[in-house]
Write a protein that binds this ligand. Sequence first.
Ligand SMILES: [Zn+2]
Length: 420
Amino acid sequence: MSVLLTNIGELVTNDPEHGGSRQARPTGAGFRGADGLGIVPGAAVVVDDGRIAWTGPAASAPAADVAVDLGGRCVIPGFVDSHSHTVFAGDRSAEFAARMTGEPYTGGGIATTVAATRAAGDDALRARGQALVREMLAQGTTTVEIKSGYGQDIATEARTLRIARELTPETTYLGAHTVPAEYADDRPGYLALVTGPMLAACTPHARWVDVFCEPAAPTAFDEDESRAVLLAGIRAGLGARVHGNQLSAGPGVRLAVEVGAASVDHCTHLTDADVDALAGSWSAGSGGSQGSDDGHGTVATLLPAVEFSTRSPYPDARRLLAAGVPVALATDCNPGSGYSSSMPFVVALAVREMRMSPAEALWSATAGGAAALRRDDVGHLGVGARADLTVLDAPGHTYLAYRPGVPLVSEVWKDGARAG
Ligand SMILES: [Zn+2]
């Protein structure tokens, strides 16, 4: 059955057919100026069999089995949240309150989440994950990536990923989130576990491998340890992504480019060489010694809700954009450093605090996230894309940042059907 969505005040397609830059190109031009969103005013969309079949001016729309009048509202591609940690147990609101009253954030509070997650049954973990994904969907997110990393033992990492896989195909093995307390005096022992039996138990449930590469944090991983984790994952058939350069200008970005990672996330502290490496990863023939040579470089994924919730300086998005590095925006939804599931909130932060234009921020929260997951079927509304779209109770996309904190998402369509 085909469905015509019509009377769309402003349609954001990210589609080159309408002047948008649908996908990050090997040239490194992730977002191409004011026309980059491929906007169609007075638009309609035809959905058929879960995919976009047609987009254009409503006046020239083809017939469909059913017509839905959207009353002049704005339609955007569903948000692609390419970085979250939404399967866990426990609560760290007291840690947040302490931090907001003057205690510095060191990342040490993760041990409380690890203990609670290990102790939780599958049903409790599944219920939390389902609730958060529902919460995300209600805020316009139609694709989400979910990481493990709060088990840090074989059984809990594997069951976390098994449950995450019920919620999304974009699952990431993050056994190397931190070194758990019982291995504090045996880091090589934990590395052997993460790159050996734990990896083997998790690979069937994962698409990606990730590591918290941050030599400045004592429980995170240094360059050599991080390389070992990523290469073991790649050898097992997983794609690579990296938590890097969050607390200091460490080796994370360089390593991500070296192994051909799809994305390096945080990017709060960057050197000129880091920015050059990211831009260079999108040059023809690049792609990393272990990565793809299909023109996909490494996306810089910025997570400003973390800087908000840890009261830290924001990443320099303009520097990355000026260098032609494709930028993604994601929530990093997690119980410790930032517990927001809201992509509209992230877009508003990116505009207000990182000086991205409303158009750049929306592109990064949709097409940018898709590039960070190396997906070409989401993050845009070109013909053939998944019919994942978000309807805003607003006349245009600028309202996402213009009206921060206001629930503007009025309905969400996932795979061609109205969700929720
Ligand atoms: Zn994270």
